[in-house]
Design a protein around this ligand. Sequence first.
Ligand code: SF4
Ligand code: SF4
Length: 95
Amino acid sequence: MLTSNEVPRIHPKIAIDYIKCTTPFDCRKCAQVCTPSVYNYESAKMERGKETDKKEPGAWKVWAKWPDKCYGCMDCVKVCPVNAISIKIPKEVKS
Ligand code: SF4
Ligand code: SF4
């Protein structure tokens, strides 16, 4: 685990298991806990002239839109009630 003072300028790989996270708007915990606002939501189902139902399973996805802002605190992983988030931080390449 890293602190914000030890931020590596590398891009963590953040994956969400959408089998486990089906209605992110009912939860939002990852987005709420993430200080640098890495996460965003997107509709996975577009229907012309219709607003996508936030309660419909699979209709919306939370995803790491700005992974370069992640400093690897792992708070989102810890707070996710269904263990849907996995984060891999690449080893720093020494020059
Ligand atoms: S580990 Fe999670 S909560 Fe922490 S900065 Fe990265 S995306 Fe945000
Ligand atoms: S914390 Fe987990 S279940 Fe909740 S919205 Fe984020 S990924 Fe989905």
